[in-house]
Design a protein around this ligand. Structure first.
Ligand code: ADP
Length: 259
């Protein structure tokens, strides 16, 4: 259960939003955005009112993954209406700038963009706002974690990164800003052959659970490397909505119940 964030004047709460949960990773390409989108959809499927904030300002992927194009409206000229698909409210820098615009921004501009996406968007009433963080555990991520009233954070990692201690870095980053780490999700945990269903432990197996135990982190679950997970998110129809009865959709929903 995600409680309300502490009342910290440095981190004003977002009115109407009960809990903000960050999805983070030690580096890019581990499936953080895929996990964020599917978790958001799984939380909604479990009956919650859900928003999804794409804070990966340099490489926004939610417009494509959530199958949303076009620009947000601003009826009062002050606040933006979030875009919406599959019952999820979504905001992303990808809606506000052309896809081929380079994002050569300095830190403070990134921070103000994030604050605006958090506070100048009409999120309405949400049980949970999932924030897809930019990859990495550097200063930018630390500042972000510091300035957003996070109820908790989830760390996505592949088995290899766990061995490389990226998960530990993520854990330390959130500890420094007093954000509880809700647990770790192992993505690309093993390979599922789409033809014969055979399972191969490409990056070995079981390490994540053990590493999570050693770090005193909850192990939230594992998601295999599977063609249909990649295809469905590339098509803007993540597996939780397009194949709700699949084993993988069920795994995301199980993980969502533990947040
Ligand atoms: P990140 O946000 O960490 O950079 P993405 O979510 O964009 O990573 O994923 C990187 C690529 O890997 C994407 O093409 C995505 O579709 C694919 N991918 C992510 N998770 C899985 C998975 N479990 N099975 C198959 N492909 C995946």
């Amino acid at each position: 259960g995600h409680g309300a964030a502490h009342a910290d004047p440095q981190k004003p709460l977002v009115p109407g939003v009960k809990a903000i949960v960050a999805v983070a990773s030690g580096k890019g390409g581990v499936g953080k955005s895929t996990t964020s989108a599917n978790l958001a959809l799984a939380l909604a499927a479990n009956g919650l009112r859900v928003g999804l904030l794409d804070a990966d300002i340099y490489g926004p992927s939610m417009p494509r993954m959530m199958g949303i194009s076009g620009r947000p409206n601003s009826p009062d000229g002050k606040r933006l209406e979030p875009m919406e698909n599959y019952g999820i409210k979504v905001m992303s820098m990808g809606f506000l700038v052309a896809e081929d615009t380079p994002m050569i921004w300095r830190g403070p501009m990134v921070m103000s963009a994030l604050q605006q996406m958090l506070r100048d968007v009409n999120w309405g009433t949400l049980d949970i706002l999932v924030v897809d963080m930019p990859p990495g555990t550097g200063d930018a991520q630390l500042t972000m974690a510091q300035q957003v009233p996070l109820a908790g954070a989830v760390i996505v990692s592949t088995p290899q990164d766990i061995a490389l201690l990226d998960a530990r870095k993520g854990l330390n980053m959130f500890r420094r800003v007093d954000v509880p780490v809700l647990g770790i999700i192992e993505n690309m945990s093993y390979f599922c052959c789409p033809n014969c269903g055979h399972r191969t432990d490409i990056f070995s197996h079981g390490g994540a659970r053990k590493e999570a135990d050693d770090l005193g982190m909850e192990f939230l679950g594992e998601i295999p490397l599977h063609l249909s997970i990649r295809e469905t998110s590339d098509q803007g129809q993540p597996i939780v909505v397009s194949q709700p009865d699949s084993e993988h959709a069920q795994s995301y929903r199980r993980i969502a119940t533990r947040l």
